[in-house]
Write a protein that binds this ligand. Structure first.
Ligand SMILES: *Cc1c(COP(=O)(O)O)cnc(C)c1O
Length: 408
């Protein structure tokens, strides 16, 4: 019998095998909340970093509630994410607002809803936020972090391996046009920097963070800021490709204690997305067809990038396993979804050779960047259901919805 991969929590296996809802024959998500809770508690066993949850990774109510009970705060980047966090009863004191598209109108709405912490990403955002606070008169000064985007000249040690320009934050040169004292209604006391993704090496992360301390502390100095908060964003990796690479959280804590001391800040913040929630999630989907094509075995599934698009846009497949025991040897399949575009491919992955029509596959690490990152409307398929697994039972949070629910 093939052994189950290490990302598969066998505690949910029986529940998935027993789950026979006709509504879910197009694929559904399950989040293992008991596992999530244990994982978050481990992340909180330290007093070096204040942890925020990047809501874009998974905005499901039950996920947010679990992060809330584990003492996480919330990083939101849209009015919708803010509304969802507030709807879970979370105080706006525990929300920070990031994102490159904050209009004055949006900033006003966030201030009115009680948000007091802003990561500002442009000179306009800084001016607008200051104006909003001035116009409101009575509200207390919000905590403001300036988002910095660094580049390293060619030839110098370049920790990012590339200087691709993004709309996130501003260069040191642009921020140097600012003096903190010009914005008396804002408590500008921190810097935010985050321009890497899915890092799987502790050494590389430490070297990256370490090289940011000097430019950031000197920027703070230049603009008259007392640097109290450093926010290093997210980007802590998940081993999607099963390369045997795993970040050590203990090492991250030790490294960040060092960065905190070097930069002399009072608070160090991280906004975790995938590192917090990826592992708790599974996506279950039936096989609709199997065929051999030009010497390649192909599987066609009931859903693909309409429910989980991430493999197609990152070339990192989610790992897969068969939802039943099999003694057959493994072989590699091209795994496709139902959309009439060659983009709809979930990977080139190993499965037991006896996998066939009506078998169910389970994809792992789908707790982050799954349901809400996808393209569910193309070709008018069904929207996926979302379940949580808690205390031994599957509980439906979002039922599957047919195309008629969104077509006009
Ligand atoms: C997406 C995002 C994160 C989380 O990223 P992960 O790679 O999932 O950890 C954190 N902060 C900001 C500002 C983001 O946009």
């Amino acid at each position: 019998m093939t052994t189950k991969p290490n990302w598969f929590d066998t505690r949910i296996e029986d529940a998935l095998l027993a789950h026979q809802s006709p509504d879910d024959e197009q694929g559904y998500f399950v989040y293992q909340l008991d596992d999530l809770k244990e994982h978050l508690e481990q992340l909180q066993q330290q007093d070096v970093i204040k942890l925020w949850f990047a809501v874009k990774a998974n905005p499901l109510s039950k996920i947010i509630q679990t992060l809330d009970s584990a003492g996480f705060n919330f990083d939101v980047a849209s009015a919708g994410e803010l509304a969802q966090v507030l709807a879970q009863g979370i105080s706006p004191d525990r929300v920070l607002n990031t994102g490159p598209a904050k209009s004055k109108k949006q900033l006003t709405a966030f201030v009115n809803l009680g948000v007091k912490t802003f990561v500002v990403e442009s000179l306009n955002q800084l001016t607008w936020l200051n104006e909003v606070i001035t116009e409101q008169g009575t509200v207390e000064r919000p905590t403001v972090l300036l988002r910095v985007q660094l580049q390293w000249p060619d030839g110098e040690k370049n920790p990012l391996g590339g200087n691709s320009l993004t709309p996130f934050g501003l260069s040191v040169q642009e921020w140097q046009k600012v003096q903190v004292s010009d914005y008396p209604n804002l408590d500008i006391c921190g810097l935010h920097i985050f321009q890497w993704g899915n890092m799987l090496s502790n050494e590389k992360m430490y070297s990256l963070w370490g090289q940011m301390v000097a430019p950031l502390t000197s920027l703070a100095n230049d603009i008259g800021m007392e640097l109290k908060i450093l926010d290093l964003g997210g980007g802590l990796g998940i081993d999607y490709l099963n390369e045997g690479k795993q970040l050590s959280w203990q090492q991250i804590i030790a490294d960040l204690a060092d960065i905190k001391a070097q930069s002399g800040v009072e608070e160090l913040w991280l906004e975790l997305g995938r590192f917090a929630v990826a592992e708790c999630g599974y996506y279950v989907v039936p096989v609709v067809d199997r065929k051999m094509n030009y010497a390649q075995e192909q599987l066609v599934l009931a859903a693909g990038i309409n429910h989980i698009i991430r493999p197609a846009i990152t070339e990192q497949p989610f790992p897969v396993t068969l939802l039943r025991s099999s003694t057959a040897p493994s072989q590699v399949f091209d795994i496709h979804g139902p959309l009439c575009t060659s983009m709809d491919k979930l990977g080139h992955l190993s499965l037991p050779d006896d996998v066939g029509v009506d078998d169910k596959l389970v994809f792992g690490y789908c707790g982050a960047y799954g349901f809400t990152e996808s393209m569910p409307f193309f070709l008018c398929h069904q929207l996926a259901a979302e379940y949580v697994f808690q205390a031994g039972a599957l509980i439906e949070v979002r039922p599957a919805q047919p195309a008629t629910s969104y077509l006009a």
